[in-house]
Design a protein around this ligand. Structure first.
Ligand SMILES: *Cc1c(COP(=O)(O)O)cnc(C)c1O
Length: 360
């Protein structure tokens, strides 16, 4: 067996320790006599799994008691609709910062349900930076304000979150959740599709302040109503049981790594290694503006599409895979989520140096 260094943006790499634990428990979980995949979601064993997943997450993320944790389906993309359907309730207005394609999709979905104000956009510059928005630009009457905290495709992130006053801030953290410490109390909702930095595809994690639950109009489908999901502790219907189990293993792994603070330190070191090389390279160039660079998705180009393709191909032969950039940026993207060890980034930088010396 040869495991590669997988730089995929999502579904992304998982820590080997987590996969091995899952493998150990695959056929028989504890003394249940069955796989987690075969277990009733109403069973005592499964109840312990989902409760433990939530408890561990609350601990590592420091989630305050007045927030609910939900494990839902439909990917991050379903939240693009679920958020306006549940949160638009008084003014039916919301402020969005358009910092990338996922933010843009979210705001288009929200426009179906209310008056959406785009308070900042970097679309004209192909989302190479995070639009700067001051407190005064936010509508104090808006039902919520929305950001995408880390722009997976463009390699940018909010290094400081906007101050929206009393308006609840909703953040898509699909590609950065648990990569660094965040103060959950600053947000109305934090959500994330699991397949970037949490686990396998199929689970969406939602952390929602309790006062934002229970305002959906009666026409909103049951499956899209946060209240029904919260009242039933994510078990209104069958939840993605195995995915939630994998999240539990991931949260356990994070604790064993020293928690989110330790991962943040390591992630900073990983990103710095790559960006420091890019900044002095004569061949490669980062595509995102320096001040807004992502710690999770590092985007870069040579400026020559053929050379980019050659790089991606030769890197793969060295066991450095899924480095092709998203088509809307081109070039390369190295996604260096929590599961990517320093060793993988070091190997990538070494290979980039070699490629540069051979192709300059
Ligand atoms: C991948 C991604 C999405 C879309 O996630 P799905 O689970 O495929 O719907 C949304 N937002 C961000 C920031 C992402 O990285």
């Amino acid at each position: 067996m040869r495991r590669v260094f997988n730089f995929s943006a999502g579904p992304g790499a998982l820590p080997l320790e987590v996969l091995e634990k899952a493998q150990q428990e695959l056929i028989c979980y504890g003394d249940s006599g069955m796989s987690v995949m075969e277990m009733s979601h109403r069973s005592k064993d499964y109840d312990a799994i989902i409760k433990e997943a939530e408890a561990r997450l609350r601990k590592i993320m420091g989630i305050p008691d007045n927030y609910k944790v939900l494990f839902l389906q439909g990917g991050a993309s379903l939240q693009f609709a679920m958020i306006p359907l549940n949160l638009l309730r008084k003014s039916f207005k919301a402020d969005y910062i358009e910092s990338g394609q996922f933010a843009s999709k979210a705001l288009k979905e929200a426009q179906k349900y209310g008056k959406i104000n785009v308070v900042g956009s970097s679309k004209a510059d192909n989302y190479t930076y995070i639009p700067k928005v001051s407190k005064e630009q936010f509508d104090p009457e808006a039902d919520y304000a929305y950001i995408c905290a880390n722009n997976t495709i463009y390699g940018t992130k909010f290094h400081e979150y906007p101050d929206t006053g009393n308006v609840p801030l909703v953040a898509d953290m699909s590609s950065c959740i648990l990569s660094e410490e965040v103060d959950v109390s600053k947000f109305g909702i934090i959500y994330a599709g699991a397949q970037k930095n949490l686990g396998p595809a199929g689970v969406t994690l939602i952390i929602i302040r309790e006062d934002l639950i229970g305002h959906a109009n009666e026409k909103v489908p049951a499956m899209l109503n946060y209240k029904l999901m919260a009242d039933n502790e994510s078990m209104y219907n069958t939840p993605p049981t195995y995915g939630i189990y994998m999240l539990k293993l991931m949260f356990e792994w994070i604790e064993n790594q020293g928690g989110v603070a330790a991962l943040e330190k390591r992630n900073k070191e990983k990103a710095a290694l790559l960006y420091d090389f890019l900044d002095q390279s004569k061949l490669f160039k980062g595509t995102a503006q320096k001040a807004d660079r992502s710690m999770m998705n590092v985007t870069f180009v040579t400026g020559d599409a053929d050379l980019d393709a050659k790089f991606v191909k030769e890197a793969a032969a060295e066991g450095l895979v899924s480095l092709k950039g998203h088509r809307s940026v081109g070039g390369m993207r190295a996604s260096i989520y929590n599961a990517m060890p320093m060793e993988g980034v070091q190997k990538l930088v070494d290979f980039m140096k070699k490629f540069e010396s051979e192709n300059l």
